[in-house]
Design a protein around this ligand. Structure first.
Ligand code: ADE
Length: 417
């Protein structure tokens, strides 16, 4: 039995899913082909993804391909309850997800998906696979392979591969270029701003904004925030990325220094305690802090709780912490990924490519059954390149191709010097 908030929300959910579908032309093409060819016929797929309008369209695509799909949330705060309702009532897909669910219910829902004995897992943050490897080892029997959507999950899987404990193959969808160069950069860039603005309604122009982490997500966010007039300081631990941030025109500092002037600090690192006790102490009064990394570990909330004199909710998604010296600090979205907690996540236009990679990776897993080792694999290059081609075509953009003369020139070492 599915477990959702309210079936009556299905009509609204369906409308929103259809709106997202309009902006997902590549996934639509795949769905049409899957309907005819049924490449996933009879296959059980267990998914742990953010329950959004975009994910709903991925679920419909997998079902069109003949799969039996079960879905739970990959974060307790990101579920769109109307989408969950529509998936169950309108599209016949079992969903176990309720926004704001407790940690206990979150894992109960993961276990409900695993009860269906999936043959493919689709994770966003590795919680399905981690649960299988630690508590539900019986699910390993009959498992073919899995996919992983996000950087944090891929890091976990690579650590498992290194320690030789990974028990089935994983396709790192995150590492496809048509995923990370667009979803992580433009998707996180825009949706993080969207979440912060919806939560606070602040003007970014003229604000001192500290961006912690200059990976693809940090880069994208800094770029968009710069466009809105924020004064940006980047903090990094990697010399190359710090150099890149500097040459992209940003100030680079240590967090200890950067936090003293910050009006807003946003973490996008994938690591723990990036904002810690000493930073709360050094921060300027009234500083806003938010996280857009996968897990709610980047801000040391336990420490903030210990340091507080009082706490109150001042707006949806905004908690005011008053510290012992009466300094106020504002935590957004409980330190959970702000783009999905306070907004709707990445726009459909960019999830189109991410989820095209997911759907085609599921098909690839079926075709490669028995041939993959217990390792982390990249999405095959032909899939990745084809998605870029289809996306450009859907956008009505034509590009040049090499002439025979140019091909010959590029292939030779004798001519043209
Ligand atoms: N991750 C980030 N944005 C998302 C979205 N709109 N749907 C599913 N997963 C996401």
């Amino acid at each position: 039995m599915p477990d959702i908030k309210d079936e009556k929300l299905a009509v609204k959910g369906k409308q929103r899913i259809e709106w997202a579908e309009k902006h997902m032309p590549v996934l639509r093409l795949i769905k049409e082909r899957f309907e005819k060819e049924k490449p996933l016929k009879g296959l059980r797929i267990g998914c742990c993804l953010h329950v959004t309008t975009e994910t709903a369209n991925l679920m419909r695509t997998l079902k069109a391909g003949g799969a039996e799909v079960k879905l739970c949330a990959s974060n307790p705060l990101s579920t769109q309850d109307d989408v969950a309702a529509a998936l169950v009532k309108e599209y016949g897909i079992d969903v176990y997800a309720i926004t704001g669910e407790s940690n206990e219910v979150y894992y109960k829902h993961i276990n409900s998906v695993l009860d269906s004995k999936p043959q493919i897992t689709m994770d966003d943050g590795a919680d399905l696979v981690s649960t299988i490897h630690s508590k539900r080892k019986e699910c390993l029997e009959g498992m073919i392979a899995g996919t992983e959507e996000t950087t944090t999950g891929v890091i976990r899987f690579k650590a498992m591969e290194r320690d030789k404990v990974l028990k089935y193959p994983i396709i790192a969808v995150n590492d496809a270029t048509t995923k990370f160069m667009f979803d992580n950069r433009y998707g996180t860039g825009q949706s993080t701003l969207d979440g912060i603005i919806r939560a606070t309604n602040i003007l970014l122009a003229g604000k001192n904004l500290v961006v912690a982490g200059y990976g693809w997500c940090g880069r994208g966010f800094a770029l968009k925030a710069k466009g809105m007039g924020a004064n940006i300081t980047v903090t990094e631990v990697d010399h190359l990325k710090a150099l890149e941030a500097r040459m992209d025109g940003f100030i680079v500092k240590k967090m200890n220094d950067a936090c003293k002037q910050a009006d807003l600090i946003v973490t996008l690192t994938g690591d723990i305690n990036v904002i810690d006790k000493q930073h709360f102490e050094l921060m300027k009064p009234e500083c806003l802090i938010a996280n857009s990394g996968h897990f709610n570990v980047e801000i040391n909330i336990a420490e903030l709780e210990k340091m507080k004199k009082s706490k109150r909710k001042v707006r949806d998604f905004v908690e005011e912490y008053v510290l012992q010296d009466d300094k106020k600090i504002y935590l957004l979205g409980e330190g959970r990924l702000i783009n999905l907690a306070a907004a709707e996540g990445h726009p459909a236009d960019v999830m189109d490519m991410s989820f095209a990679n997911q759907a085609l990776s599921a098909e690839y897993i079926v075709k490669s059954k028995g041939k993959l080792e217990n390792k982390v694999y990249v999405v095959p290059e032909d899939i990745d390149k084809n998605i870029a081609k289809l996306k450009l075509a859907a956008m009505g953009i034509e590009i040049d191709s090499l002439t025979e003369e140019q091909k010959k020139y590029l292939a030779s070492w004798e001519t043209g010097t």
